[in-house]
Ligand binder design. Structure first.
Ligand SMILES: [Zn+2]
Length: 352
């Protein structure tokens, strides 16, 4: 009897506290982020297409915060190394880098952690460990690297709060046909949109490798950028048509690299065509038609035409900022051990 008497008050206190906290938590719990990587998209392709040729990129510019002068990693301007920067908040090389330099389908037994000889934390697990649902929609088979590195075998134990399991990516989809892939994603918006979705769109890169990074009118590269614009438009429309998402979903769009003018490649990391990428943020609280560098004058510096090394004061906005930006929008802590946007100081609103 005595025990029960003394154990009761704390339980009641917990219930009351939960009831008081619940309204605030529930509004946060609804927030969603869709993070799009447009593989090989050069920001000047958006400019050349203009409002007529790329009405949805134009909408992101008019309604959101953006820059056409963001940066890739410093040493690598290829797909998997840069996507790994995005999800880990780390550069590629060096003692604190994520270390993944391969750009092909992972070979049997390979994974991010084994390669690094240390566990590589990512945006997927911070979100998942905090009870968020996560999804990765990819249009190249090599993105299986992420699904397998964060599956129930290789994902880390969830030691924060409730145990949400070791498999950090709840839903993984791969389809080289990006129209089908986006339709598949949109189909989830009605009933069960994921809290965090990463979407990879290969079209610009595929056109660039086939026919060249060619920004002249009628090029297949520009046509691919126009196709990606249309897919982004479909997504924006579907978000606004979904009561579960409208007004509580951020869209972030960047690229893993650009591509060298009139060539069929993007591997030379010293070429500004390759390391210059767009970065768009659209969603609640994001000021319309605003410049991301102006919003972040205290912490980031427009690099002009350079790609300054990590660690130098006044870093550019990088695709590697995305992981910790996603988490800050979801009001979650930074990726453990990350170095890019680790202070989560990349601001996408004018609020202090
Ligand atoms: Zn490529």
């Amino acid at each position: 009897m005595k025990n029960r008497f003394f154990s009761s008050p704390p339980l009641i206190a917990i219930i009351i506290a939960a009831a008081i906290i619940a309204p605030g938590l529930s509004s946060q719990a609804d927030d969603k982020v869709i993070f799009i990587s447009a593989d090989g998209l050069r920001p000047d392709a958006v400019t050349v297409l203009g409002a007529k040729g790329a009405p949805n990129f134009d909408r992101l510019r008019r309604e959101g915060a953006w820059t056409g002068n963001a940066r890739t990693d410093v040493i690598y301007t290829i797909t998997l190394p840069n996507h790994t920067c995005m999800i880990s908040g780390l550069g590629v090389v060096g003692p604190s880098g994520h270390g993944w330099i391969s750009n092909t389908d992972p070979k049997l037994g390979e994974n991010l952690h084994k390669n690094r000889k240390a566990y590589l934390p990512s945006v997927f697990e911070v979100a998942h460990d905090h009870g968020k649902s996560t999804a990765l929609y990819a249009s190249k088979s090599k993105f299986s690297l992420y699904d397998l590195s964060y599956d129930e075998k290789l994902g880390a134990a969830d030691t924060s709060g409730e145990d949400n399991g070791k498999d950090k990516i709840d839903h993984y989809a791969m389809n080289e046909d990006t129209t089908v892939l986006v339709d598949e994603l949109i189909a989830t918006f009605k009933d069960k949109p994921s809290d965090f979705t990463m979407l990879h769109l290969r079209d610009c890169d595929s056109a660039g490798h086939k026919d060249g990074w060619d920004l002249s009118p009628g090029s297949s590269y520009l046509a691919a950028a126009g196709k990606v614009d249309g897919l982004v438009g479909k997504l924006l429309e579907a978000i606004e048509a979904s009561p579960a998402m409208k007004g509580k979903t951020w869209v972030i769009l960047t690229a893993d690299h650009g591509g060298l003018t009139l060539t069929k490649g993007h591997g030379e990391a010293k070429e500004s065509d390759n390391y210059t990428i767009p970065f768009f943020v659209w969603g609640p609280g994001v000021p319309a038609a605003s410049d991301l560098y102006a919003l972040n004058s205290a912490s980031r510096k427009d690099p002009g035409t350079a790609n300054p090394p990590y660690g130098t004061p006044g870093q550019p906005i990088r695709n590697g900022d995305a992981g910790n930006l996603i988490l800050s929008l979801l009001k979650l802590p930074a990726i453990p051990g990350s170095t890019i946007n680790a202070a989560q100081d990349l601001k996408v609103s004018a609020a202090p």
